[in-house]
Write a new protein. Structure first.
Length: 116
């Protein structure tokens, strides 16, 4: 056989190697969102404000701060539950009055809802 025939046959039997595929990156850890920051004084477990209330709220409505509620009510709450939830600081403030109870739910020092 001639040199050209051998070269042609070797070309048919040669295998090309492709560059190896890069390894996939490791899965990134899903980090929970940081709770929203809150500003201003908050209530402690005894129902007292940790600082002076800003006094900007004029009515009890969603979005006011914990200490604004106490200032607007004019007296300390009957009971306060302070905890940490998925959204951050969660506080339940109870005002028990003769014949009625009002429960105020705060998330990150902002009134979220009222149950009467």
């Amino acid at each position: 056989m001639s040199f050209f025939v051998l070269a042609a046959l070797s070309a048919c039997t040669a295998t090309e190697r492709a560059a190896p595929l890069p390894a996939p990156p490791p899965p990134s850890a899903v980090l929970p969102k940081a709770p929203a920051a809150f500003a201003g004084p908050v209530l402690d477990a005894g129902g007292a404000c940790t600082g002076p209330a800003p006094g900007t709220a004029a009515a009890i409505e969603p979005g006011i701060g914990e200490c604004d509620l106490v200032r607007l009510k004019g007296r300390p709450p009957t009971d306060v539950l302070v905890g940490e939830g998925r959204a951050g600081r969660e506080v339940q403030v109870l005002y028990a009055e003769p014949g009625a109870k009002e429960l105020y739910f705060f998330v990150n020092n902002r009134l979220d809802r009222i149950v009467r």
